[in-house]
Design a protein around this ligand. Structure first.
Ligand SMILES: Nc1ncnc2c1ncn2[C@@H]1O[C@H](COP(=O)(O)OP(=O)(O)O)[C@@H](O)[C@H]1O
Ligand SMILES: [Mg+2]
Length: 303
C-alpha cells in the first residue's frame, strides 16, 4: 500500500492553476522529494493532502484512506512542518506542545513520556519555558518538528523545512529525520529547492507551474537530464578529436567531452589514452537536472 497517492489533482485560484492535474505515489518508508520553484504548487498540494484546503478535482488517499470520506482517520497519521510557523507566539514552547498533544488525546504521564523523547531528539530543554515567538529561527524550526512529531505520526510532511536554517540546525534536523526513518520506518514527504536534499531522496517529482515535468529516482533523473563529462587538461589536436567523433567543446583551459554516463566516460578515456595525459571525469549533477527539465535555474539555495 502507498503512504500517499494523489490522482489527477487540480486546484485553481481564479486564473492561477496552482495544481494542474498532478498524480503521484509515495511508498511507505520512502523519502519523497517534491521539487519546484516558488509558486510551483508544492504548498497547495500539501494543504490538500492534510485536509486544510479543498481540492477542485482528483483523488487523494493516505494509507489507503480517501480524504473525501475518511479525513479523521488520516489526521492521526500525518505530522506536518508548515513553511510558515503554525504555533502560538506568546505561549511557551511547552504550553504549545501540550495543547497540540491534547488535540490527539495525549496528556498527563503519556505527554511527559513523549516530551522526554522529543527533548532528546531536538534538544529543547533550554527553550521549553520561553515564548515560542522569542526563539531564533533554528530553535523555532526544532519546535515545529517537535509539534509535527508529538503524536507519533506515520507520515511526516515537510514544507521547505530547512530554508533559512543555520547549518548546525539543518544537520540536526536531517540526522533526526534519518534516525526516525531507520527506527520507525517513517515516510517523509519533503518539498525543497535544495538540490542536495533532493539528491538524497528515494524518489523525486519535479513540479513547474502546477504540472509534473519530470520524475524518477535521483539516478534516473541524472541519467536522463544531465550528462557526465571528461575534462582534458593537456593539449590535444582538435582535428584528432573530430576524427574520433568525440562530442567536445573548448572551454577556458580544458576540453570538455560529453558522455552519456560514467561507463561511456571510462570508455572515452581508455580509447583515447594515447592523447589524454591529464584528465578527470565529472559526474552530472542534480542542478543540471532541474535546469534541463524545467528550463529554469533553481534559486534560493545558498550552496
Ligand atoms: N490562497 C490562495 N489564493 C490565491 N492564489 C494562491 C493561494 N495559494 C496559492 N496561490 C497561488 O498558487 C500558486 C502555487 O502556490 P504554492 O502552492 O504556494 O507554491 P509553492 O509552495 O510551490 O511555492 C502560486 O501562483 C500562488 O500565488
Ligand atoms: Mg510553498
Amino acid at each position: 500500500m502507498n503512504a500517499i497517492e494523489v490522482k489527477n489533482l487540480k486546484k485553481y485560484f481564479g486564473e492561477v492553476k496552482a495544481v494542474d492535474d498532478i498524480s503521484l505515489k509515495v511508498k511507505q518508508g520512502e523519502l519523497f522529494a517534491f521539487l519546484g520553484l516558488n509558486g510551483a504548487g508544492k504548498s497547495t498540494t500539501i494543504s490538500i493532502i492534510c485536509g486544510a484546503l479543498k481540492k477542485d478535482e482528483g483523488k487523494v488517499f493516505v494509507n489507503g484512506f480517501d480524504i473525501d470520506t475518511d479525513i479523521d482517520k488520516i489526521k492521526n497519521d500525518i505530522g506536518i512542518v508548515f513553511q510558515g510557523s503554525a504555533l502560538d507566539k506568546p505561549l511557551s514552547v511547552l504550553e504549545n506542545l501540550r495543547s497540540r498533544a491534547a488535540l490527539y488525546g495525549i496528556s498527563g504521564k503519556e505527554f511527559d513520556e513523549r516530551m522526554t523523547k522529543i527533548n532528546e531528539m531536538f534538544e529543547l530543554e533550554q527553550v521549553l519555558k520561553r515564548p515560542y515567538g522569542k526563539l531564533s529561527g533554528g530553535q523555532k524550526r526544532r519546535v515545529d518538528f517537535a509539534r509535527a512529531l508529538i503524536h507519533n505520526p506515520k507520515i511526516l510532511i515537510l514544507d521547505e523545512p530547512t530554508t533559512g536554517l543555520d547549518p548546525q540546525s539543518r544537520i540536526m534536523v536531517w540526522n533526526t529525520v534519518d534516525k526516525l526513518r531507520k527506527e520507525r520506518g517513517l515516510t517523509v514527504f519533503l518539498t525543497t529547492h535544495y538540490m542536495e536534499e533532493a539528491a538524497e531522496a528515494d524518489f523525486v517529482v519535479i513540479l513547474d507551474s502546477g504540472k509534473t515535468v519530470a520524475e524518477g529516482t535521483p539516478n534516473f533523473l541524472k541519467e536522463k537530464y544531465s550528462s557526465d563529462s571528461v575534462k582534458v587538461y593537456n593539449d590535444v589536436e582538435k582535428e584528432t578529436l573530430k576524427q574520433r567523433n568525440l562530442d567536445f567543446t573548448e572551454e577556458n583551459g580544458y576540453i570538455n567531452i560529453k558522455a552519456k554516463n560514467i561507463a561511456e566516460a571510462k570508455k572515452i578515456i581508455i580509447e583515447n589514452a594515447d592523447i589524454f595525459d591529464d584528465f578527470e571525469i565529472i559526474k552530472g549533477k542534480m542542478d543540471d537536472v532541474f535546469l534541463n527539465a524545467t528550463g529554469k535555474a533553481l534559486q534560493g539555495g545558498d550552496e
